[in-house]
Design a protein around this ligand. Structure first.
Ligand code: PMP
Length: 365
């Protein structure tokens, strides 16, 4: 067996572990923030037909610029945000992970710096490492909110080329006020990426940063169909930004990166947007139910605008994680001392989670 140490691996990758939560078998999988609701039957039928049609053309390369898909995504953003977003402002790739990687390939890279406010989505620093971009940890308050003045100051001092703001934040669920985003944008000369993977689950009064795009050519808003749309297996992420940003990303994207099957499936799903997003309110209700039940067990949570809840505090969070798993409930230990993260899904899943947690909280306060 050859070990990694024996390979001429880039030094900054040595000793690192690949991204990925442990996936032990469990009855209730509440660890990766997916939408558990099954896809509507008429969408499944339309997907079969659309993929069949696309298959007839598989001898040809796909539309390299995904023009029709980007128009559909722009229409969705325009309809739901009230802000006019044109197809030229939209870019799509295989999951928002690939979108974010392309942003770092274009705007980060060797000799450049990216800054994000920790704890946040752990792929941001991993994508930075993979693109040779130096990573800087930005600070949050103890309650996981961002102190705007301190954050703007840190941005001015470190002058990053890329700034990440995740809103609602993963793993804490914390939404970031638009005034904060405006001020962080004003403080940076780099691009500012607002990662809005969970925005469809936000509570009323937490608007998307899409409304800030006009007049801000270095602002990027990234989205995904993996969460609210319930299409994690599709691998379709996208962003909205100034058309010049989209031009920049075309310099680094692989030709034909989005397969014709992906494009056809994503367009079909978008034609069923209303039916797909009909599950969002039900998921939010389960999130709020989890939040409401925790104090009765002597526990607390971080206010969440996402489809998950960071809950605690525990003297030994890994022990609680194991005890929940023994009861068939898989949650995520995100490495924050005292806290665990649970995905809000169906009513049955919430029931199973709260029952297991009630038992565990009695023996493992
Ligand atoms: N951003 C955030 C904040 C996420 O939590 C995730 C998925 N866990 C992603 C982006 C990437 O999602 P995808 O590649 O499936 O679009």
């Amino acid at each position: 067996m050859t070990s990694l140490e024996e390979l001429p691996l880039r030094p900054e990758l040595r000793g690192r572990s690949p991204y990925g939560a442990p996936q032990p078998p469990a009855t209730h999988r509440l660890n990766t923030n997916e939408n558990p609701h099954p896809l509507p039957a008429d969408l499944l039928a339309d997907l079969g037909a659309a993929l069949g049609r696309a298959a007839l053309e598989l001898n040809r390369y796909p539309d390299r610029d995904a023009v029709a898909l980007r128009a559909d995504l722009a229409a969705y953003l325009t309809r739901t945000s009230g802000e006019t977003v044109t197809p030229q402002q939209v870019w799509a790739a295989n999951g928002s992970n690939e979108v974010l990687q392309q942003v770092l390939q274009a705007f980060g890279g060797a000799g450049r710096t990216a800054l994000g406010f920790t704890p946040s989505y752990s792929m941001h620093p991993i994508l930075a490492a993979g693109t040779g971009t130096t990573w800087v940890d930005g600070h949050r308050r103890a309650d996981f909110t961002i102190d705007t003045a301190a954050a703007a100051q840190q941005i001015r001092e470190t002058a990053p080329d890329v700034v990440f703001v995740t809103s609602p934040n993963n793993p804490t669920g914390t939404a970031v006020a638009l005034e904060t985003i405006e001020q962080l944008y004003a403080a940076t000369t780099g691009v500012l990426v607002v990662d809005e993977a969970y925005t469809e689950f936000a509570r009323a009064g937490t608007p998307s940063a899409l409304t800030l795009l006009p007049g801000r050519p270095r602002l990027i808003v990234s989205r995904t169909m993996s969460k609210a749309f319930g299409m994690a297996g599709l691998r379709l992420g996208y962003l909205a930004a100034d058309p010049a940003v989209v031009d920049a990303l075309q310099l680094v994207r692989l030709p034909y990166h989005l397969s014709s099957l992906t494009q056809a499936a994503a367009r079909t799903a978008l034609a069923h947007t209303d039916a797909l997003l009909a599950t969002v309110d039900a998921v939010k209700a389960q999130r709020d139910r989890i939040v409401a039940a925790l104090p009765g067990m002597g526990l607390t949570s971080v206010p969440s605008d996402a489809n998950f809840v960071l809950f605690g505090r525990f003297a030994d969070a890994p022990a609680v994680w194991r005890a929940l798993l023994e009861r068939g409930v898989l949650v995520r230990d995100v490495g924050l001392p005292g806290w665990l993260r649970v995905t809000a899904g169906t009513a049955e899943e919430t029931e199973a989670f709260l029952t297991a947690l009630g038992e565990v909280a009695r023996i493992q306060p």
